[in-house]
Design a protein around this ligand. Structure first.
Ligand code: PLP
Length: 344
């Protein structure tokens, strides 16, 4: 089934209100959380869970590729318990490599098909927690001062007048940037996709570590264009910054932001508690107040009104199984390093 139809059905079923039960329990041990979304949402989640359960959370925010690399490095002596957030591809790679473990939450029955598809693809080792489409944001003042038309398409980002004025993250560290790499290959084919990325390289001033950083840079006018998940550009647009979010005209990819339990987790029971809780409408409703406008995976969770309307975009039928496989992700990253990043 294509995601577009999933997004058309039932997406807007909303349940208002955050109903965390009052009062923290006594100290109930601890949980080590590797968090792949924006810092503010990471903190909101860890604080709310701590308050609800009394379980002490040690949270670290990192980009998706970095968390994957950390799990791999720690695999003989796991330190983390739960990996919450970040693009689905590295979660799938970790699942395939046995770095994470199976779990079937009672909350699964309340999730959209696209979230459960991640669970099936991962052989029950990862689950979808939110979705968001890839695109870019441009600084309206910068584009005006360059005297070029507002960019609407991926092709527009190759305009020579944007030289050194596009930012995007490095796909080795960032899930967002790997999503871009996989998206252009699926849209254009591998050869043309790499040609596109090489041409884009001429306009890229820097490859950032974190995927969302280019949105902030574009909102501040430090770059004319930031390639990001569209909801990351919306954050700055809704606060009045001169940035316009764009869903590219040729079509675009999207992410299934995911959650996985670390294989060998020292605090396994607490990791399962967090997992079940993170799938509830109440926990998923914590996103929007923390300025995160992804589409939640629980059918009963409220969809933030600021969320980009994925049902109105031209979305590709992203092949998560292929692009989340260990062999493909490793191959494409090595090829990008050699053929794109190494260019002058
Ligand atoms: N920011 C937001 C709002 C996201 O949804 C995601 C991915 O899920 C990211 C950032 C990813 O961060 P990174 O590209 O640094 O891995």
């Amino acid at each position: 089934m294509k995601i577009r139809s999933w997004f058309k059905t039932g997406l807007f079923a909303a349940a208002a209100g955050v109903a965390l039960s009052a009062g923290a329990a006594q100290a109930q041990g601890s949980l080590v959380m590797y968090c792949g979304v924006q810092e503010e949402w990471c903190r909101a989640m860890s604080n709310a869970f701590e308050k609800e359960t009394g379980i002490k959370v040690a949270m670290t925010r990192k980009s998706a590729g970095e968390i994957y690399a950390q799990l791999k490095a720690e695999s003989s002596n796991p330190r983390g318990d739960i990996w919450w957030g970040g693009t689905g591809d590295p979660h799938l790679q970790a699942a395939e490599e046995g770095l994470t473990q199976e779990y079937a939450s009672p909350a699964n029955k309340d999730l959209h098909d696209w979230a459960l598809n991640q669970w099936t693809a991962a052989k029950q080792r990862s689950i979808g927690i939110y979705a968001g489409a890839l695109g870019f944001g441009f600084n309206t003042e910068q584009i005006k001062s360059k005297g070029i038309p507002e960019p609407k398409c991926w092709a527009d980002l190759l305009n020579a007048k944007l030289k050194d004025d596009v930012q995007v993250a490095d796909p080795n560290s960032s899930g967002t940037a790997y999503n871009l790499l996989a998206t252009v290959i699926q849209l254009m084919g591998e050869d043309k996709g790499f040609e596109y990325l090489k041409a884009l390289h001429k306009n890229v001033s820097q490859y950032t570590k974190s995927g969302a950083a280019p949105a902030k840079a574009a909102s501040l006018g430090e770059t004319a264009v930031g390639i990001v998940f569209i909801h990351d550009a919306v954050v700055f647009a809704v606060q009045g910054d001169p940035i316009k979010p764009v869903a590219p005209c040729e079509g675009t990819g999207y992410e299934i932001g995911s959650m996985s339990i670390v294989k060998g987790a020292r605090n396994l029971e607490n990791a399962k508690k967090f997992y079940d809780w993170a799938l509830t409408p109440a926990a998923q409703a914590l996103a929007a107040p923390a300025k995160s406008y992804q589409v939640p995976s629980n059918k009963n969770a409220p969809v933030p009104p600021q969320s980009p309307k994925m049902s109105e975009m031209k979305l590709i039928n992203y092949d998560f199984v292929k692009y989340g496989s260990s062999a493909e992700r490793t191959r494409l990253l090595a090829k990008w390093d050699k053929e794109v990043k190494a260019l002058p």
